[in-house]
Design a protein around this ligand. Structure first.
Ligand code: ADP
Ligand code: MG
Length: 138
């Protein structure tokens, strides 16, 4: 199991002023911040990041939403990081997210669900490399 995962604080959480509280949750849960940046995805870049969902009905909506405002991207480190972080963020749909999870606390809908979390070690590496050079990792 890898010690790293990749996350984004999505445009809804940024607009709603939750970025600080969400980063605090990462740290309090024992994740070390290895890399961090604020950026705004173009529609092209958002489309590329979510290319795996290209055939899904919500793809257009997702790309539009993810490029609608700034996001914070980060690489986080902890034992079994991918699984531990998916547990911390909760279900995709906040209506189904467990009490105490980040999506339960901060997400507004299944689409605008506050945070991204990698779903596998392989995707954590691909997604980290999408945003961060070696020089940006600590
Ligand atoms: P997760 O982010 O929990 O891994 P998915 O990989 O299935 O979820 O979907 C990627 C993102 O696409 C979700 O986080 C959410 O922003 C959006 N999404 C997923 N399902 C829907 C849906 N039914 N309607 C609108 N947006 C969706
Ligand atoms: Mg996913």
């Amino acid at each position: 199991m890898s010690r790293h995962t990749f996350t984004m604080i999505k445009p809804d959480a940024m607009k709603n002023g939750h970025a600080g509280a969400i980063i605090d949750r990462f740290i309090k849960e024992g994740f070390k911040i290895v890399a961090l940046k604020m950026t705004n995805l173009s529609t092209d870049k958002a489309g590329e990041f979510y290319a795996i969902h290209k055939e899904r009905s919500f793809y257009g909506e997702l790309v539009e939403f993810m490029s609608s405002g700034p996001i914070i991207a980060a690489i986080l480190e902890k034992e079994n990081a991918v699984t531990a972080f998916r547990d911390l963020i909760g279900a995709t749909n906040p209506a189904q997210a467990a009490e105490g999870t980040i999506r339960k606390s901060f997400a507004t809908s299944v689409g605008e669900n506050a945070v991204h979390g990698s779903d596998s070690d392989e995707n954590a590496k691909i997604e980290s490399d999408f945003f961060f050079s070696v020089l940006e990792r600590f």
